[in-house]
Ligand binder design. Structure first.
Ligand SMILES: Cc1cc2nc3c(=O)[nH]c(=O)nc-3n(C[C@H](O)[C@H](O)[C@H](O)COP(=O)(O)OP(=O)(O)OC[C@H]3O[C@@H](n4cnc5c(N)ncnc54)[C@H](O)[C@@H]3O)c2cc1C
Length: 423
């Protein structure tokens, strides 16, 4: 095993790690980028075939590499996203080591040792750009399903044809769950959807994409500490809507009218049945309330700024769940597959440093952790809404690299040159 020294090690070769590399190169800081697999791995391997961005293409603002295609208001498909990230890597030309996994990061002196499966690196600073989506989160309840039922997590689901014929249960109604349910529904599959508490968003509203309105409203510059939920917003489910077919809303009530079977949250699997909690009406109402809140924020902005915008169609729920006198059960014999759209868990176990809170999340302010010289980048709401997305990861990378330069490298270089001058 070899041991190398470099001022900065960046871990992760996705859009966040590459953005950090771009900013480090701007400052002339020597560094390496260690990537366990290859550039664009998550986009390539963890998204289904019909996957597309939910954020409009023009919000892809990687540093010095904004989206330059001919459909700025469209939504790139999975393979186009992979190509965009790969093209960004060609543009950045990072000192990239692919196929190298960081297995432990610890302290050595006032710097760090990064152990990998191909040797160790010593560094003054480490930037963790590994996202927070490390392990599929599947409730252990899943173990009680009979072996006959095919199970996928949203990250391994590919397309309706890859599931056996029969009815499918999708568990979870945040962005991935709703989009996968729609994917199956459009393919003519009978879908059961266990609906949770995720909010929903309008798509095109009063002449513009809702996200464009929210940007105009200044929502994307809102610092996490000024958010009504504070840092708690980092754990909140994303609003559901879609970029599919040029972008559209997802109204689960409409799916119900079209034959999708909506249930409340998954409660129990026992006696050959899936039992659902009686909270479907509440969850649909809460999602609509979030949707209407966004609409009214946009309405207020239009009124206050005197913007010339078309009037909105009034909202009226097109379906309501029937009142049940009996618990909502689904016989296991009627389904052939389950897709768990229940999110991911972070696995920071390779970071052997006191940088985490009681729930295992890194403690940081704008990515500057409580361990001097250790940084995180690319996490949801690291600083603003766009931090975990294409839109603001470049801005966060610039902030981190400036901080790193001021706090770690520039004083060191200054003292070295003073020492050299005095010698
Ligand atoms: C389902 C889904 C939909 C999304 N939709 C959108 C969207 O519409 N618009 C948008 O802007 N964003 C979206 N995002 C959010 C975000 O853009 C992606 O999660 C993106 O992949 C994050 O980039 P990243 O560089 O932070 O992480 P990643 O792309 O996950 O890259 C991290 C890299 O780190 C590597 N790595 C991990 N551990 C180690 C280790 N120990 N050693 C070495 N390498 C390691 C991994 O192999 C990986 O390549 C979505 C995310 C998900 C999950």
């Amino acid at each position: 095993m070899t041991s190398n020294c470099v001022p900065v090690v960046v871990i992760g070769g996705g859009q966040a790690g590459l953005s950090a590399s771009w900013r480090l190169q701007e400052k002339g800081v020597e560094h390496v980028v260690l990537e366990k697999h290859s550039v664009g791995h998550s986009w390539r391997t963890q998204r289904w075939d019909s996957f597309c961005l939910v954020t409009p293409n023009h919000q892809c603002r990687l540093p010095d590499f904004p989206y330059a295609g001919d459909d700025p208001n469209g939504f790139m498909l999975r393979d186009e996203i992979v190509a965009y990230v790969e093209a960004f890597a060609d543009h950045v030309r990072p000192p990239l080591h692919e196929g190298v996994a960081a297995t432990r990061i610890g302290r050595i002196g006032d710097g760090f040792i990064v152990e990998t499966d191909t040797g160790d690196w010593r560094a003054q600073a480490v930037i963790l750009a590994v996202s927070g989506y490390h392990r599929p989160r599947v409730p252990r309840l899943a173990e009680r399903l009979p072996a006959r039922i095919v199970q996928h997590h949203s990250s391994t689901y590919r397309n309706p044809e890859s599931l056996p014929p029969g009815e499918v249960l999708v568990v979870g109604s945040a962005q991935s769950g709703c989009q996968i349910a729609e994917d199956l529904h459009l393919a003519g599959r009978k879908v059961h959807l266990a609906v949770g508490s995720a909010p929903r968003s309008p798509r095109h509203y009063r002449g513009r994409d809702a996200l464009d309105w929210l940007e105009a409203l200044g929502q994307y510059d809102l610092d996490v500490i000024d958010h009504p939920m504070g840092e708690g917003v980092r754990q909140k489910a994303n609003h559901y809507f879609s970029g599919r077919g040029g972008g559209r809303e997802i109204d689960l009530r409409r799916f119900a009218l079209e034959g999708m079977v909506l249930h409340g949250r998954l409660g129990e699997i026992a006696e050959g049945k899936v039992r659902f909690i009686d909270d479907l009406a509440k969850n649909l109402d809460a999602a609509d309330a979030a949707y209407l809140k966004i609409r009214s924020m946009i309405d207020d902005y239009i009124a206050a700024e005197g913007v010339d915008a078309p009037e909105a169609q009034p909202f009226a729920p097109c379906w309501a769940p029937p009142v049940r006198n009996e618990p909502d059960n689904l016989a296991l014999e009627s389904i052939s597959a389950v897709v768990w759209a229940t999110g991911f868990e972070a696995d920071w176990s390779f970071v052997d440093l006191p940088a985490f809170d009681g729930r295992g999340h890194p403690v940081h302010r704008r990515g500057v952790t409580v361990v001097p010289g250790l940084y995180v980048l690319g996490l949801p709401w690291l600083h603003t809404w766009g931090s975990g997305r294409f839109s603001a990861v470049g801005r966060d990378a610039a902030y981190l690299v400036d901080h790193l330069w001021e706090a770690r490298l520039s004083p060191r270089l200054t003292s070295l040159s003073l020492a050299a001058a005095e010698a």
